[in-house]
Design a protein. Sequence first.
Length: 243
Amino acid sequence: MLDFLRQFFQSDSDNEGTWRLDQCLACHKVLQEGMVFPEDQVSFCIECFHSTLCFCCGLPCGPLHRRLTDDRIICQYCYDTALLTPRQLAPVYETTLHFFRRKLKFKLKEQPRLKVVDSRFMQSELGASLHTWGVYSDMGSEETIYVITGIALDKAHATLAHELTHFWQKRHCPPEQTLELIEGFAEWVAFQLAQYKNLRRAMLAIRRNEAEPYQTGLQKMFKLEAKRGVKGAIKYAKTAKSF
């Protein structure tokens, strides 16, 4: 099985790195047997496979992991690209703004401020669930995008794109749109950015998100894109009230 998958993925490369399928990603032991994650192109020994799952990527952490200040545990690979401060997140935000303005042709005369908070703040102050990565808020005197600290680089791109879409929607879309269209379009925009930057893990995470109405809305946006193209899909999401 490992030989087959190694050959299958031999020509597949991306800007997030490739991994040896005959080596455990977590402890780096050469595998005689183990568990293979084909979509992620990684393998784990049996021992590491049963270890704590990474809060960020959802894969086993193995012996190498980090505990953040709010007790979330992330694997070493996510920690290596983890963004812990607003200064670290700022370039990603600028990249997202550039993508919106230049590639999607979204008009953004202003932009929401950016704040990095931990999961405790997300839950207690914003009413978010445990696995929330970002929140757009128009409460108070200034609109804000909150992003959870310790977020991995690929997920940060997707999260910022999703939340910035909500900021854009408030200014350009009908106020009575259904939640399915609102969240489906935001997920679709996040996928467009991940695809543009070749962030394979981010694309996988978006497709794997089974929460509703995100997943159903995303699938309907994919169908719109296939039928009308990117510009047509954006025009629909900008003017329609529902799917």
